[in-house]
Design a protein around this ligand. Sequence first.
Ligand SMILES: [Zn+2]
Length: 330
Amino acid sequence: MSDVVMHKARAIIHGQETVVVLPNAMPFAGEERYDAKTHKGHLKCMFCDAAVHFNKGSATIAGQFDLRGASPHFHTNRGQTHGDRCQWNFGDKHESGTAVDKKAGFRLHLNTQGYTGDFNAVANPLYRREADKRLTVTEEAARVMETRSIRGVADLVELMRLQDPLRINQSRVILNEYDVLWPDFMIRYNRSSKTPTNRFMDLVDRLSASYRKRQPVLMEFNVRSGVYPRTTGGKTPAVQSQDIRWRREASGVTQVIRPTAYLNNRHNTAVSLAFATAGRYLVLGMARLKTVDAHDAQLHFVDIGIDDPRQVTKISLEDIAAENSRHFPR
Ligand SMILES: [Zn+2]
């Protein structure tokens, strides 16, 4: 049994599903605060079929030695257990009895399954389920890393604004079977191939070599003009970042990388208007590579599906770095 405190649940009423947050939480678009009149008796776990209920906490019981239940949370109903692949099992919390190394990187759990259908639940090699059903970390170096639950791009922006860049750079991003190092996850827009590292070029090389041709990313888009995708017709509207181009020395063939965001959930206004003005954006999602050979160029389409406004925010990495340097002057 996981000791994670659930801060979200799903209410299923007449087949209609709504994400419910705690009464004191700030709901994102499409979410509702818990209200007993509406939601009581209709709640399920965010990530599995376990029935849950709201628990207002036990703050009034003074002197209790176990304060775990002190704040409001959702709790599994009597006799209900989380499914084997339930994401709450990965936990926001640290294994008890393990010290956190504040100089090590973060273990960042992407908890986006609630809205991104792409992300299929598969066990991560970094975790092992013990006989008593606890999940433990299999690698010593990862065990001491501070864990964070990432529910959207805003959580990553906050991390980059406030935390030591050296720690962030050593972080690992966990999503189902993926365990991605931060420098492979955060793909900064960089037009030039002359700089020591162009993360787009590295990403394309890495995806080409992998059998999956996909991985989770936080990708910086450089959108030339505002995009108001049409919602008519059968095609999924798409938004392109400016290309990254370079010539491979050996072959002389021009390489073109074209990052493209597909607005899967285009009837959600916040998704369809997510790229309404020109500039830099951060996009969180699963990058898929499709390479097409033209006669004098190789086109690498790097596609990311957008299902929820929490995957996109308009900000540049340069601006975030400037804010961060106020905390960590260099
Ligand atoms: Zn569950």
